[in-house]
Design a binder for this molecule. Structure first.
Ligand SMILES: Cc1cc2nc3c(=O)[nH]c(=O)nc-3n(C[C@H](O)[C@H](O)[C@H](O)COP(=O)(O)O)c2cc1C
Length: 363
């Protein structure tokens, strides 16, 4: 049996395989109230039916101001619970593990949808005041964030914990905190976006304080048996910026706070980042973090082939792989990959059994 389709147990949760759906914003909460819509039910349900071991619901804002666009999912109120419960149930019914990524977009909040240009939304046009560790813009034509006060930071941390509590209540069985891609947690970590002089800026320990406080608050809120993941940008690809050495130290601290797995991404905090992606370009970060911290890691980024994914696990460079765009192209990728690696079609849904194992040319 392939490693890709070997179950993995993290705390009290056994996840049936190691192909996970990477979080992907759908910008489809169409009435701007943060709730999941039929689109989300179908989208996440299809990927669960397609055989992914864990389906991670997209970056879900813990405060209204933490949305990238007005159409992002949000979980800042109990009133939003019903819609998330339906999604969690749809994923669970397929045998896959429902998970959710909790996020705050910080200085990258308040934009139009990507397919409408990702332009900065001014307040009069449906946007809002944005926040960040320091009043440093992401790029020239985007907004300047208001510098968070200590009270504001405490409120964001508390809202991460409240959103985690709601996630548990609706049936999510793993939680990931988004500290990557230039969003709020990542902005605190980087010395380029965090110019604070207080205990949240300056030294690595101070820049890590927000992430560690959010993790501590969430870990205290969720059951002991529930897995907790953190997505990091392992480097921001900038001279004098956040780098893999600092990230390894952060992960060691996160481990001490009860984080179970590091989801290893990179970049997103600077328009000038020096990056040319290639297949598996972030696996090196997963490998380094796994080796240096003895934590479970996830590899993500341009992983598209079953043998490529299997080799990452066989070479002990990661414990799971997360696929994003490939699972948009083909929600049934895990079922096909299992045929390729294990000559096994037994996990196809019964309803689809008559289609299983037949070469596409004969279909
Ligand atoms: C449409 C889309 C939405 C995304 N939204 C998120 C998100 O909500 N949270 C996140 O951490 N990454 C997000 N990402 C990044 C992916 O999770 C993934 O890390 C990235 O696409 C690289 O993986 P891939 O090469 O398999 O696509 C998004 C990517 C895409 C294509």
């Amino acid at each position: 049996m392939s490693q890709l389709f070997t179950p993995i147990t993290i705390r009290g949760e056994t996840i049936p395989n190691r192909v996970w759906v990477s979080p992907m914003c759908q910008y489809s909460s169409d009435t701007e109230d943060g709730r999941c819509r039929p689109w989300h039910l179908i989208h996440y349900g299809s990927r669960a039916q397609g055989g992914a071991g864990l389906v991670m619901v997209e970056a879900t804002a813990v405060q209204p101001e933490g949305r990238i666009t007005p159409w992002d999912l949000g979980f800042w109120s109990d009133d939003q619970s019903g819609s998330f419960e339906q999604v969690a149930e749809a994923i669970d019914r397929t045998g896959s593990t429902p998970a959710i990524q909790l996020a705050h977009a910080g200085r990258k909040a308040s934009h139009t949808k990507p397919w409408e240009g990702s332009d900065f939304l001014e307040i009069g046009d449906g946007g809002w005041e944005i926040i960040g560790p320091s009043p440093v813009k992401f790029q020239d034509d985007w907004g300047t964030p208001n510098e968070l006060t200590i009270e504001d930071i405490d409120a964001v941390v508390a809202d991460f914990a409240s959103a985690a509590r709601r996630s548990v209540d609706v049936g999510m069985r793993a939680i990931e905190l988004h500290m990557a891609h230039g969003y709020l947690g990542c902005e605190f970590l980087s010395p380029l976006s965090n110019l604070r002089q207080d205990e949240f800026g300056g030294s690595l320990r101070n820049r890590s304080r927000f992430a560690l406080q959010a993790v501590r608050a969430v870990r205290k809120t969720i059951p002991e048996s529930m897995p907790l993941f953190v997505r990091v940008s392992a480097t921001e690809y900038m001279d004098d910026g956040w780098n893999i050495d600092e990230c390894v130290q952060l992960c060691q601290w996160l481990k001490g706070e009860g984080v179970d797995l590091i989801d290893c991404s990179s970049g997103g905090n600077s328009v000038d980042q020096n990056l040319e992606p290639y297949p598996g370009y972030q696996v090196q970060f997963s490998s380094r973090i796994r080796n240096d911290t003895d934590m479970l890691t996830g590899a993500v980024g341009l992983i598209t082939e079953p043998l490529q994914a299997e080799k990452i696990l066989a070479d002990e460079e990661a414990d799971v792989v997360l696929l994003a765009r490939e699972l948009l192209r083909d929600p049934y990728w895990p079922l096909h990959a299992r045929e390729v690696l294990d000559d096994d079609t037994s996990t196809w849904p019964d309803q689809y059994a008559r289609a299983a194992g037949i070469p596409s040319i004969a279909r």
